[in-house]
Design a protein around this ligand. Structure first.
Ligand code: FE
Length: 211
């Protein structure tokens, strides 16, 4: 980002921040919402994290019937696991041997926040948003993700009404694993589609590093 763009971004943030405060105060004044309701909503959003999405993915890996329901209706599949989606239309797309999927919001920063929590900074950045459509393979390589030439890349553009979640392929060498153990392989980035899930040896390494 150039200094100029950075400056402009700052001004814009400031404008929206002031707008948000004004709208919030007006809604409270008019009795549309209370301070308490806003505080509760913020706390609920803060409690969201990629662990929710990882639970859905792990369940889909062990339960083919759940996977079918998830691909047919992501919102209903989330709610089946007790994850409230607050009216979001969640579309789940599956990675296969032939197709690798990833998502972006080219317009702004729409993201499945109810399932993955807050988006990473790069997701909201101009570079990812503008480049991923035209050169997804190069962008993936920068994330350390090499997708073979024979595999088709599909980039899905989120909107205010529709959010995506990628169902990655289950890593090899995980036969017989419990759902909880499988969920540990499912990273945030693998559900955005810019990375693959961890391999069993990578999870081992992580766990040993944490000891
Ligand atoms: Fe957006």
């Amino acid at each position: 980002m150039t200094d100029h763009a950075h400056l402009r971004h700052g001004v814009k943030d400031n404008h929206y921040k002031r707008l948000a405060i004004a709208v919030r105060e007006l809604l409270i004044e008019k009795g549309v919402v209370t301070e308490d309701e806003i505080a509760t909503f913020m706390a609920r959003m803060d409690a969201r994290s990629p662990e929710l999405g990882a639970r859905m993915v792990a369940r889909a890996w062990v339960d083919p019937e759940y996977k079918k329901r998830m691909l047919a209706d992501g919102s209903a599949a989330a709610e089946e696991l007790g994850i409230a989606v607050d009216g979001t239309l969640l579309v789940v797309v599956e990675n296969t041997e032939d197709v690798h999927n990833l998502f972006v919001c080219t317009l702004c920063s729409c993201y499945p926040r109810t399932i993955l929590g807050l988006p990473p900074d790069w997701y909201k950045g101009r570079e990812y948003r503008s480049r991923v459509i035209n050169e997804p393979r190069a962008v993936l390589r920068e994330f350390g993700t090499d997708i073979a030439d024979g595999i088709e890349l599909r980039v899905h553009d989120s909107t205010a009404d529709m959010r995506y979640l990628i169902l990655p392929q289950r890593p090899a060498g995980t036969e017989g694993w419990s759902e909880d153990r499988l969920a540990k392989l499912v990273t945030r980035d693998s559900m955005i589609g810019v990375s693959l899930p961890l391999r069993p040896d990578q999870l081992d390494q992580l766990e040993h590093a944490a000891e």
